[in-house]
Design a protein around this ligand. Sequence first.
Ligand SMILES: C[S@@+](CC[C@H](N)C(=O)[O-])C[C@H]1O[C@@H](n2cnc3c(N)ncnc32)[C@H](O)[C@@H]1O
Length: 414
Amino acid sequence: MPLPTRKRHGYWDFGKTREPAIHRIHAYPAKFPAFLTEKAVKRARKAGVNVRTVADIFCGCGTTAFESRRLGLNFWGADINPIAVLIAKVKSNSYDVKRLKRLSEKIIDAYNGGTSSDITLEDLPDRLRYWYQDDDARDLKRLLQTIEAGVNHGKYRDFFLCAFSNILKAVSRWLTKSIKPQLDPSKKRISVLTAFEQQVKLMIRAVQEAPINDGTMRTIKEANILETKIPRSLADIVVTSPPYVTSYEYADLHQLSTLWLGYARDYRDLRKGTIGSVHHAEGEQPKCGLNRVGRRIVDELTKVGSSKAKASSRYFCDMSQIVLRCKSLLRPGGMVFFVIGDTAYKGVKVSNSTYLRTCLIEAGFVGIRMEKRKITGKILSPYRTEKGKFSSNPADKEVYAEEFVLTGRKPDHE
Ligand SMILES: C[S@@+](CC[C@H](N)C(=O)[O-])C[C@H]1O[C@@H](n2cnc3c(N)ncnc32)[C@H](O)[C@@H]1O
């Protein structure tokens, strides 16, 4: 088998068209560009794969889910994060726009007809009280009650809960765009109602413009992909971007939505099982023999005394399982597309991409390719402090302005 190359390749760098607005209805960390799905489908078809069903095992906010539907393809996806699943479902549902407008008027009228002065905050988790001025917390609580009273269960309620979820940071004291939860003591306040009205308008416009191709089947599951039952030989291609080791703490970043929407009483419970989380690496480690590449990186991190050594070891273990799970999800002859980047701690390069490539080889994938792609719209400085701020200190975490698309094919016969 020829050695995989790391040559610069333009294929994955840019899309030809602007992303549909539906991809911007809710912020999500590490969302990947929508055009990657269509490019993967084209690449697979060129290689002779009859693509009818796409899977994304880390479906996040549903980029691949929506794009698959737009392309008239079936979709199977999962994510451990309930907020991700809520957004992904809303993005790929079809809605009657008139009904959305009617419901939105109903919610706003009901909200305007009431007052927040008699709303109590005693039952609100302390964590939420930390992030909000009391008046804003009262307004949010009343808005949530109004949505729940005005829209029955189902996809329409999900739509308005998704809108509610996306205003939670804007009306809080959370430092905007920070990748670590931190207070902004001088944040300009915006009213809950204004934020909600703007958000709903934006979402309705996005739904109106969304080029949906109906008649496709889709499943989006809230599940830990390491544990859930995987449908065998279901997908023709898997297009996914795994978490990186210790990159984002998704549970921490979504704590406002988690607590408001009642997904957990303590948002930290959702760290459990999240691949790449430092907390997921605490406690008992699974028995797993790391391959040569994983072992070397973990040894180097241990040598320089990096606190990330343990988390990296767990991460590599998890990713080798992920590759095997993708293989069983794929039909014979199907292809996997992993979008993944590298990082560095204390000068040690943590090459997630090289590790993953070795896992693909060991799992028996064939025709493995590793192509670079530019990450656009980044990077002022390659270093980040523990708090996620830009830094010029090479001792901090290093992020790169490029990542890789790793491709492999499940053999037709084994
Ligand atoms: C890089 S993001 C994927 C983003 C996605 N491509 C998008 O465009 O939104 C990685 C995702 O993996 C999810 N994740 C982490 N551990 C998981 C697990 N054990 N099972 C399922 N999903 C997991 C995270 O919640 C996160 O949404």
